[in-house]
Design a protein around this ligand. Sequence first.
Ligand SMILES: NC(=O)C1=CN([C@@H]2O[C@H](COP(=O)(O)OP(=O)(O)OC[C@H]3O[C@@H](n4cnc5c(N)ncnc54)[C@H](O)[C@@H]3O)[C@@H](O)[C@H]2O)C=CC1
Ligand SMILES: O=C(O)C1=N[C@H](C(=O)O)C[C@H](O)C1
Length: 212
Amino acid sequence: MKIGIVGYKGRMGKEIKDLFEEKNHEFVWGYDKDGEYFQETPQIIIDFSLPEVFEKTEDYVKKFNVPLIIGTTGLQDEQIEALKALAKDVPVVQSYNFSIGIQLFLKMVDFLKDKIDGWDIEIVETHHRFKKDKPSGTAKMIKESLDKDVPISSLRLGNVAGDHVLYMANLGEVLSISHRALSRRAFAEGVLKSAEFVTNKKNGYFTFTDVI
Ligand SMILES: NC(=O)C1=CN([C@@H]2O[C@H](COP(=O)(O)OP(=O)(O)OC[C@H]3O[C@@H](n4cnc5c(N)ncnc54)[C@H](O)[C@@H]3O)[C@@H](O)[C@H]2O)C=CC1
Ligand SMILES: O=C(O)C1=N[C@H](C(=O)O)C[C@H](O)C1
């Protein structure tokens, strides 16, 4: 397929471009800080940038009338609502984490969330020093799955691709679930799966949970 990437010069943008090209897809359009790269109209747009770029992405998705995969974190509620409106016309996949491991993590949280009443619960996320948002989108997803107002601690260390740990403790024991992305490839693989997932869809709002 012919892909377009918003944030194509960034860490995730480059990883996604490399993976899709390895799989014989073609990068034909991009948007980044210094403007537009245009070779051809893309068949899909992938956005890994910043929330302030969202309106541009929305405009380009409407202009090209193509599916959108969006992994940008820190979106405002109104931007999520705008994505749902966009999804009436084109397929949209939104997730704050495109790794399979975090999907399994969320399933474990769903299994145990009713069984830990009265326990101390805390989330710790660690990311590279360049990450702009805090707490991570994934930590927010874990908290939302718990249905509880739990503290989140954020560490910004070196070049860590993405670690999330959920700690749960009562007076006699400590239970934890942890996930470590070894590189950004894990997220890019999920984006590729999502792009394949939307190819036969006319419209609709999906998360990565729907994809796997
Ligand atoms: N959902 C997921 O699985 C994952 C999500 N992310 C999220 O993806 C986003 C990007 O992460 P990274 O690639 O590490 O960041 P990055 O900073 O390396 O890349 C962001 C790109 O957006 C561009 N950009 C910034 N302002 C812009 C503007 N005003 N107009 C156009 N382009 C602009 C930058 O120039 C850069 O190329 C973040 O929100 C991050 O949290 C990152 C990894 C996985
Ligand atoms: O910015 C990152 O790098 C990452 N961001 C996502 C988040 O905020 O949860 C996903 C992943 O952990 C990497």
